[in-house]
Every structure is written in structure tokens, then in C-alpha cells.
Design a protein around this ligand. Structure first.
Ligand code: NAD
Length: 420
């Protein structure tokens, strides 16, 4: 029995079982690797603008303490539950060790719809959430970051609330905060930039030229929009499909990205831009393109649509977009579709978060060129390790990436003993 349930946790557990079988990890060692070290659940009472009091549920899950503090994003979403948060914390662990960061994975969030909250209400939820988490987090214990539904402003409120408690500014408590309060240059764009960098490497692997390639991107938030912009502006990729929770567009001749970015900046959503190129949201993932980037929700590529994916490269910007059942289909299509698995593909975000934390601890700030150079170096190292292992063991890129992550956590646990 455990408190972790729901489809997303079941998916993380099933993925772990597959890797553990592959690595021949004895049954008795598995639970300690899979189950989170800690989970904190809090109630967050706030005054709504109409005078009502409302209580939201908040969570923070810290997966393991073996290699350093825990690190992970904060998700504000209406149907958030602790199993989903735990799954995201587990994936974060494999991701951090894959790219060589001295962290365990964490994740947190509040079950609320940030789109329904006024700015004042959002600030109240954010501050109260951090207030409740103060005993459990710290710059050397657990460092928060943004995820779906949160942004730089929320991180600034988190930092301020923690700092008021400490009596001095503690900017290393969160990453992904504005540069003006100790954030790093390059963090906002980092995840999308990393996705685009790895797409560049995958294009080389499948012998396609960026200037002749097309891309479809699901999700137009932080990850999706910066991936689209980097692909189009820096690499000359033609963006043919875009979608968010309100609309999806597809035009094989290419979408006018700059006009759509302007529309999204004005309206906050993609809906209302055009009727002509509109398609049903669920059809976007199956459109013909060279590069498909799911950059919104988990579990959108299933055994139902995986056989119909019509791309050459699947670059997983989102966390957990592909179910294990879909993965079996993709494994059979390995020659047709090159998968850049999530824990590698979107790791640019946590890599630059790590750089932000290091800069905050040292109070010594880097230039954007330094940030981007170091980002590319870590991505390249991880990419090569994954490619080498996948080829040497004849396994999928996902299996190779996850196996590296799990092995490193396991090695740390073996050296340290039972405690962490
Ligand atoms: P965000 O809140 O900035 O944007 C989310 C986007 O997804 C929005 O455009 C939203 O409209 C869209 N979306 C929501 N529901 C949808 C639906 N049903 N169909 C289509 N689109 C939908 O979030 P983000 O930070 O860009 O995160 C997106 C994904 O990337 C998440 O899985 C997150 O965990 C992962 N991720 C984010 C970062 C980061 O640095 N922000 C780093 C690594 C991984």
C-alpha cells in the first residue's frame, strides 16, 4: 500500500519496472529506488476576491536525498494529485543524474486553476504555499522551480516569502526567477533551447537538413514557444503545426510564427488567430512533419496514436508524454522514428536551473554566452552517452537514458547505505 496512485504514477512505476528488469536489479532493492523519500501535503486557505475563503491542496514530493539537495518544479493545475507529483519527482531524479547534476528529484504543486485566479489571488496561493513549505525546503535541502501553470513572477513571490522568514534575501531557494532578483540570463529560454539543440543532433543522425525540415509543436507555453522560436529563427526549421489547450493549427506550407507569437502575447492563447489552418487539437500529433514536439501534457502519445505518428524525430519537450504501451509501438518503429526521450530532451531547463543555483550560492553571475556554452556542453555529453549506450546494448534511446539515470542513483545509494 502507498499513498501514490493514479495513471501518471502507474506509468512512472511501470517504466521503472522495465528499466529495473533490464538492469537486473533485485526485487528487494527496487522499492527504495522507486518510492519517494518524503511527501508533504498542505492546506492553503486564501481569501478570494469576492470575500469567500477557499482551501486549496498543495504537495511537495522529494524523491531521494542520496546525491545532494532535491530539485524540481512547481505545477499549478486543477486536477493535480500526489501520485502525479511523485511521478514527476521520480523522472526528475533520473534526469538530474543523466545530465550529471548533484540533485535528487522533487516536484510540487497546488491543485488550482491559475487561469481562474486573479493576480492577487495567485499571489496569495503562491505565498501561502511557500509559507507552508518553509520547514521542508531550503537552498541546501530542496530548491523549487517553475512548471506548468507557474512562472517567473510566482518564483519571485516564493523567494520573497522564504526570504522574509529568513530575514535576508535567499535567492538560491528557487530557480527560474526573474534576473532582477538573482535569476540567471538564459533560464527562460533554456528548456526550449535545449530541445532545439538536441533536435539539431537528431537531424544529423537521421541525415536531414534543418533548413528543409518541418516541425509540429503541441503546447505554446514556456517550452513550446521557445522551442518553436529557436527552431525557426536559429535553425531555419519550418513550423507547420502548433497547438495549445484552446486551438491547433496546421499548414504544410508553414505557419507565420512571428504573427502567432504576437497573437499569443496579446491574447494569452492561440485561439482566435485563424480559422483557415485550424484543426482539431487531438489531430495535431498525427500530422505529417519531420519533427514532432509534444510540449504540454503527459500521456498524450498512447498505443492508439503511436502507430499513426507521421514524423521522423519525436522530441519530448514535455515530461512523460509517451505511455509505456506507446513506447512498445515506438520501439518497433525504431528505424522510422528517432526518439529523444523526455529526461534528455527537456533537461536544458534543470541544467540552467542548476547554473542559476550555483551563481546564487556564489553571488557571481555569468554572461549569457557562458550559460549557453555550458548548457550545450552538458547536453552534448549526455546525448553522446545515451547514443553510445543505446547502440552498444541495442536498446531504445529511452531505455538507455533511463538506465544511466537509475544506475547512478543506485550507485550512490550503494555507497552511502540505507539512510538517504
Ligand atoms: P506552460 O504552463 O508554460 O505551458 C503549457 C502549455 O501547454 C500551454 O500552451 C497550454 O495551453 C498547453 N496545454 C495545456 N493543456 C493542453 C492540452 N490539453 N492540449 C494542448 N495543449 C495544452 O508549461 P511549460 O513550462 O511550457 O511546461 C510544458 C511541459 O514541459 C510540462 O510537461 C513540463 O513538466 C515540461 N517541462 C517544463 C520545463 C520548464 O522549464 N518550464 C522544463 C522541463 C520540462
Amino acid at each position: 500500500m502507498s499513498i501514490y496512485s493514479g495513471p501518471v504514477f502507474a506509468m512512472a512505476a511501470e517504466q521503472f519496472r522495465i528499466i529495473a528488469d533490464h538492469l537486473e536489479i533485485p526485487e528487494q532493492d527496487r522499492d527504495r529506488l522507486l518510492y519517494p523519500k518524503r511527501a508533504v501535503a498542505v492546506s492553503i486557505p486564501v481569501h478570494r476576491d469576492d470575500g469567500r475563503e477557499q482551501v486549496f491542496q498543495g504537495y511537495r514530493v522529494q524523491h531521494h536525498l542520496t546525491l545532494g539537495p532535491t530539485k524540481g518544479g512547481t505545477r499549478f493545475a486543477p486536477d493535480l494529485e500526489v501520485g502525479e507529483v511523485a511521478a514527476l519527482a521520480i523522472w526528475m531524479s533520473w534526469k538530474c543524474t543523466l545530465v550529471g547534476l548533484p540533485y535528487g528529484g522533487a516536484k510540487g504543486g497546488v491543485a488550482c486553476d491559475p487561469r481562474e485566479l486573479s493576480r492577487r489571488e495567485l499571489e496569495a496561493v503562491s505565498r501561502r504555499y511557500m509559507q507552508e513549505m518553509i520547514p521542508f525546503v531550503g537552498p541546501h535541502t530542496d530548491i523549487m522551480a517553475p512548471d506548468m501553470g507557474t512562472n517567473e513572477q510566482v518564483m519571485a513571490w516564493f523567494m520573497d516569502t522564504y526570504s522574509m522568514h529568513a530575514g535576508h534575501a535567499v535567492n538560491a531557494i528557487v530557480t527560474g526567477k526573474p534576473v532582477a532578483v538573482g535569476g540567471t540570463v538564459g533560464r527562460r529560454e533554456a528548456t526550449g533551447r535545449g530541445v532545439a539543440y538536441l533536435i539539431g543532433r537528431a537531424l544529423e543522425a537521421v541525415r536531414l537538413r534543418a533548413g528543409e525540415a518541418t516541425a509540429c509543436i503541441q503546447g505554446f507555453g514556456n517550452v513550446g514557444s521557445h522551442t518553436a522560436l529557436t527552431l525557426a529563427r536559429r535553425m531555419g526549421v519550418r513550423i507547420v503545426g502548433l497547438g495549445d489547450h484552446t486551438a491547433a493549427y496546421y499548414d504544410p506550407a508553414g505557419l507565420p510564427l512571428e504573427a502567432i507569437v504576437k497573437h499569443a502575447a496579446d491574447k494569452g492563447v492561440l485561439a482566435g488567430w485563424s480559422n483557415q489552418a485550424a484543426i482539431p487539437g487531438e489531430a495535431l500529433l498525427e500530422q505529417r512533419c519531420d519533427i514532432l514536439v509534444p510540449a504540454a501534457l503527459e500521456r498524450v502519445i498512447t498505443e492508439h496514436n503511436a502507430p499513426r505518428l507521421n514524423c521522423r524525430i519525436l522530441a519530448e519537450g514535455a515530461n512523460g508524454p509517451t505511455t509505456p504501451d506507446a513506447d512498445r509501438v515506438l520501439d518497433a518503429r525504431r528505424e522510422e522514428i528517432f526518439v529523444i526521450p523526455d529526461i534528455l530532451c527537456n533537461s536544458g531547463g534543470v541544467i540552467v536551473s542548476y547554473f542559476e543555483w550555483v551563481q546564487d550560492l556564489q553571488q557571481l553571475f555569468w554572461t549569457e554566452i557562458e550559460v549557453n556554452d555550458r548548457l550545450e556542453r552538458l547536453l552534448e555529453m549526455a546525448y553522446q552517452q545515451v547514443m553510445k549506450r543505446a547502440a552498444a546494448r541495442n536498446v531504445s534511446n529511452r531505455m538507455a537514458a533511463q538506465a544511466i539515470g537509475v544506475e547512478r542513483v543506485r550507485a550512490g545509494k550503494r555507497l552511502r547505505g540505507l539512510f538517504p
